[in-house]
Every structure is written in structure tokens, then in C-alpha cells.
Design a protein around this ligand. Sequence first.
Ligand code: FEO
Length: 414
Amino acid sequence: MDCTDTKRISLGPRQIVKDVYWVGVNDCVKDLFESLWPIPDGISYNAYVVVGSEGVAVIDGVDKHLTYEYIEKIREVIGDLDRVKYVVINHLEPDHHASTPTLLSLARNARVVISPVGAKIIQTLYDIPKERIVEVVDGEKLSLGDRTLRFIYTPWLHWPETMMTYLEEEGVLFSCDAFGSYGALIGSIFDDEVNLEYYLGEARRYFSNIVLKYSRNALDAISKIEKLGLKISVLAPSHGPVYRKHVDKIVSLYRDISQPKLYAKASIIYGSMYGRTEEIVEKVAESLRKSGVLVELIDAARVHPSYILHFVLDSGAVVFIYPTYDAAVFPPVWEAMNYLYIKQVGRGRAAAIINTGSWGFAVKEAVELLSKAGFRILGQAVAVRAIPTPEDEKKIRELIEKLVEELKKFVSQP
Ligand code: FEO
């Protein structure tokens, strides 16, 4: 992927199916999505135009700094912005709608279409007059003449107001954040014309960063779409590729990661200031490997939490090994723990804790935070000297035995 390839990232409007156009933009300026998550290859904000015989609907928008590029693309497709009747807000977050007030100032006949929950929140984000807001209920249809939009509530993906929009005649599902991926769109917007394996990998990381906490809602959304019997010819999310050939692949990836299979795998999240704690990490890893456990070593000082969340997704257990720092948990490990707590990653997983120190320890706060993250804490958290005593080594051995026993209930990774 190359976000510096200005020729290949500058995409004009693209037709998706008859009368439906992609008018999104690539963001290769931001280094961190949401000021949190690294996007070394950028990200796309996908927006779409549906041209009906009796009016035009714009589905979602883009982040503020790319507003004019987006509006120019809409203009390129429809000519006069006064043709825009509706701007559909599937999700209010500013990466999709910071552009909307400007679009509304230019598209003078347009009204926004939003769920009632969204209508309650919208004024906290954007100054849009009430008379320009149309609320739609779950399942409601909106006619554009020869084209019909249907709105499907899919709440908490990942905000309370989220919905999807379905274009009935062409079978296009505009899913907003769901099924999205990091990575700017290079050279093409379509799944069969880009490096799909890259985007599927980044869809997994995007999911673990943004949607993970709401996995249950993702499953509910998929099952709702299936029960409605919607035929999806094109799946058009608001980040990443537009799926026209591999709809099944992205849907089954989402289904899998929303209820991840846990393996006999231990992610060891560790920190080490002078190498002593790392020696313990290596011994623990070696013992676990000898017992048939797959081990993934994660140096929290050098691996961003975005990737840590991604890596632990299929681990049956997570081991935290860290030195004491200023009588507290070593900060990079504490940060990782905090992300795991915010995203509630502990559900269904066990955690083991080994804290090293010479004049102080920090165990209690780790146990509390990891318990709040949903982890089941294995045995006693172990506090050991930087150079472990025989007694310390015994405690570590016992903890490893517990881990191996715990992981026996999971299958080995294929
Ligand atoms: Fe892509 Fe939740 O915004």
C-alpha cells in the first residue's frame, strides 16, 4: 500500500451500479484515526450518491478537511446541488458528517434523514435547523421515484443511533462503519480490483479497535439482515473497499470475529526496563511452548494498543508480566490493560499476572482493572524480585501450571 502515490489515491467519482456513485475521499493526512489508532496507509471515508427519477440522495459524508473534495465529486455526478433531496445520516460521527453542514448550505433543498435516536444527538454535534431533519423509523422506505431507500436500524455499531440504508432495486447495502476497514483506496474502490487480503486484515484490526465492544450488536445486525432476506449485490461500507464480488467473505469475517474462536494460545503482554523482566518473560514463554501452548510475545512499550487488541482476539489467556514503576504498573503495560478494559476484551478469557520489583509492587490495581475488563484472574497474582528467589520461581511455576491447565479447554490453532 502506498498512500504517497498521489496519482493512484486521487480517485474521481465511480459508478457502483446503475444510478449509484461512490463520491468518497481518501485521507492520507491523518496519522491516527480518532487520534488513537495508527493508519500508516491512510483511510477512506466512503460516501455515495443515489440518483432517482424524482430526486437525489447522498448517503453519508466525510471528515471536515476533505469536505470540498467530496462536494466537488457530488457536483461532478449530478451537476446542480439543488437536486439533492436527502442526505442520509447512517451514523453521526464526524468522520462521516463533519461535511454535512457545508453540504446543506450549498444543497438548499436537502434535508437530512436520520433515526430518532440520531435526531436527539445531532444538535450536540452539528448546527442543523430542525425543519431540515427527517426522522425515519426502522424499516421505513423513502421513494426517489424509480429508486427506493429502506432504513434498517442496527443500533450500537458502534454508537446508539447507527442504522444502515438499503437500496431496494439494486440490492446495495450502505452499512457505514460495519464491514469497514483501515487503508486508503489505492487505484480502485472495488474488492476485486484491490489487494483484498490487505483490506481484510485491516478490517479485522478496525473491528478490534472500533466495533469489538459491540460484537453482540454486530451479530444481531447480521442476523437481522439475514432474517429480512435482503439480497445484497453490493456491500458498501463507509471505510475500505466496496464489496461486489466477495460480499460473503467480509460478512463471514465479521461473523467470525464477532464471536472469536479462542485457541490454546497465550498472549504475553510485557514490559521490561533493563532486561531482567524480559528474562522471566522468556522462561514463561519457553515453559508454555513446551506444554503445547502457542505463545505470542507483545512488548507493550513497542506495540501500539491498536495491534495488541488485534493480536489477543483469539487468545484463550493473556499473561501480563511487568516491572513496578513509581510504585505503579509499568506505564505501557498499564496502557494496554486500560485499552483491554475499555474494549472489554477479557470476556471469556483468563489472565495471569507477574509483577517484578525490588522495593515496591503494583498488583492490586492490575487485578482490579483486568477484572473490570472481564478477565478471570488465574490463581494469585505473583509479585517477584527482579532476580527471582527459589520461592519466586516456585510461584511462577505454579502459575504456569494453572495457565496450561486453563488452556487445555481450547483447541490448538490450526
Ligand atoms: Fe467511521 Fe464511527 O465512524
